[in-house]
Structures are given as structure tokens and as C-alpha cells.
Design a protein around this ligand. Structure first.
Ligand SMILES: Nc1nc2c(ncn2[C@@H]2O[C@H](COP(=O)(O)OP(=O)(O)OP(=O)(O)O)[C@@H](O)[C@H]2O)c(=O)[nH]1
Ligand SMILES: [Mg+2]
Length: 251
């Protein structure tokens, strides 16, 4: 048994717990997910992330793509004594249980064929800028994979074998793929849903409301767990929402 202090994550650092679906290549096949993106499956992932964040307020942000989700726990958190095994296992099991619990809502006509499983790992990021770099990296990965898979499945749907399509795409650049999608398949890549191109993120959105009446109207703000899709690379998103990570410097 690991000694508890060995399991403790470095104090005052961002903790990122990344979970990933186990053998989701097979899971997607067995459950006949749309290729390359299944809207219902992605929405189900997003709702599971939201459920995890509802349960654990110390998670301030989550970013998800395909079968993975990264949960960001605030620097000052002392949740479960910052024990890695406890944090990872609680988040993974809560996510997997939510996936089964909510399955029927997203797939009312599909039976869940077997229990899904997720793995998880914890990484600490002491610097705010490195946490932002991590999130940008996951979003770049989403873009690269999605652009590749959109080309691949357009070619396969047009009659090419998977091997042949993979060979044709090997080593090609982003602009080549964009042009191929447009010229051969009439797809303007930028018109595809942002959820496919940019992934999804969950955070507590600040909403302003008026309270009181007559001359006593005052603005009140509250925070609502929200799922959105868009750019989190660069400063714009974080400048517009500085309260999410509480990072004010260097913006
Ligand atoms: N058709 C379809 N497949 C998806 C979708 N989202 C995820 N997947 C599948 O899930 C896989 C996720 O990739 P990985 O996590 O690298 O592979 P994995 O099969 O889950 O294997 P391990 O994570 O190593 O256990 C993708 O390669 C797809 O096959 C989707 O929306 N539609
Ligand atoms: Mg996986």
C-alpha cells in the first residue's frame, strides 16, 4: 500500500485529472456511433463532465474531446488531502457511472451493450501559463485529429478503402486537407460544428441579473455550470472570463 504522503500531489499547483475511454474504438463500433463524430455521444460525455463538476466544486474548468476529458482542480484545493489515487478514482468512477446513468437520455433507442470504462491520471502544473499551454495542446490535438478524421471518413464514404485513404492522407498538411474537403466533398471545414472542431468546455459562467424593484434595482451575479464550444487557445477566452481560473497577471 502506498504511504499517504507519497500519494499527495504538490501543494499550491494546478491539478489536472485526465480521463480517457477504454477501448472506445471498439465501444463506438459496437454502439454504432456516427463517424467521425457522434453528436449524441459527445453530448453525453459533456453532461457527464458537468455531473462531475456539480459534485466537486473544486474543479473549476473541464475540457473534453472524443473520449477524453481533462478536469482542472484549483491550485489551493485540499480536496481529499490532494491524494492522487483518491482524486483520480473518484472522478473516473463518477464519470463512468454518470455515463451509464445518462445513456438512455441520449440514446433512447439504443441498448447499452456492455459497461464502459475510463482510465485516469493526475498531473500537476505549478505555472498558470503551463496550465494554459496544456489546455491549448489538447485543443490543437482535437483540431488535428478532427481534420484528419473528417477527410478520412469522407474518402471512405466516397468508396475508398481505409488503407488507401490513410495512405493518401499520410504526411499531408492542414491546407491540403482543407482544400481536399472543399474541392472533393464540398465541405467548408470552418462550417463544421464548433464542438467537432474545437471540443467542449465546462465552467461556471457568471450571469448578471437584476434584483429588487423601483429605484432599488441592483445587479446580482451568480454562477451557472455551462457547456460551451470555442477557442481556448490564446488570450481572448481567458481575458473575457478571468474569474474562471483566477489568473489575472500576464494577460
Ligand atoms: N465513431 C466515433 N468514434 C469515436 C467518437 N469519439 C471517440 N471515438 C472512438 O474512440 C477512439 C478514441 O481514441 P483512443 O482513446 O486513442 O483509443 P481507444 O480505442 O479508446 O483506446 P485506449 O484509450 O487506449 O483504451 C477514437 O479513435 C474513435 O475510434 C465518435 O464521436 N464517433
Ligand atoms: Mg480511449
Amino acid at each position: 500500500m502506498a504511504l499517504p504522503w507519497r500519494d499527495r500531489l504538490l501543494p499550491l499547483t494546478w491539478i489536472v485529472i485526465r480521463i480517457d475511454g477504454r477501448s472506445f474504438h471498439r465501444f463506438a463500433e459496437v454502439h454504432d456511433f456516427q463517424k467521425p463524430n457522434d453528436i449524441d455521444a459527445l453530448n453525453l460525455m459533456n453532461e457527464c463532465a458537468k455531473a462531475v463538476m456539480e459534485d466537486l466544486p473544486d474543479i473549476v474548468f473541464a475540457y473534453g474531446v472524443s473520449d477524453e476529458y481533462s478536469f482542472v482542480i484549483r491550485k489551493e484545493s485540499t480536496l481529499y488531502g490532494r491524494r492522487s489515487s483518491k482524486l483520480v478514482s473518484v472522478i473516473v468512477s463518477l464519470f463512468a457511472a454518470s455515463y451509464v446513468f445518462k445513456w438512455q437520455t441520449f440514446f433512447p433507442d439504443k441498448k447499452l451493450q456492455y459497461p464502459p470504462a475510463f482510465d485516469g491520471r493526475a498531473v500537476c502544473y505549478p505555472e498558470d501559463s503551463v496550465l494554459r499551454d496544456y489546455l491549448s495542446w489538447r485543443q490543437v490535438d482535437c483540431h488535428i485529429n478532427n481534420q484528419y478524421n473528417t477527410c478520412l471518413w469522407s474518402m471512405i464514404k466516397a468508396g475508398k478503402s481505409k488503407d488507401c485513404a490513410n495512405n493518401e492522407l499520410k504526411g499531408t498538411r492542414a491546407d491540403f486537407k482543407n482544400e481536399m474537403l472543399f474541392k472533393q466533398f464540398g465541405i467548408n471545414y470552418n462550417d463544421l460544428p464548433a464542438m467537432f472542431r474545437k471540443g467542449s468546455y465546462v465552467f461556471r459562467k457568471k450571469v448578471q441579473s437584476n434584483s429588487g424593484g423601483g429605484t432599488q434595482v441592483s445587479k446580482k451575479s451568480s454562477f451557472v455550470l455551462t457547456i460551451e464550444h470555442g477557442d481556448i487557445i490564446g488570450d481572448t477566452f481567458w481575458k473575457e472570463n478571468p474569474y474562471i481560473l483566477g489568473i489575472k497577471e500576464n494577460l
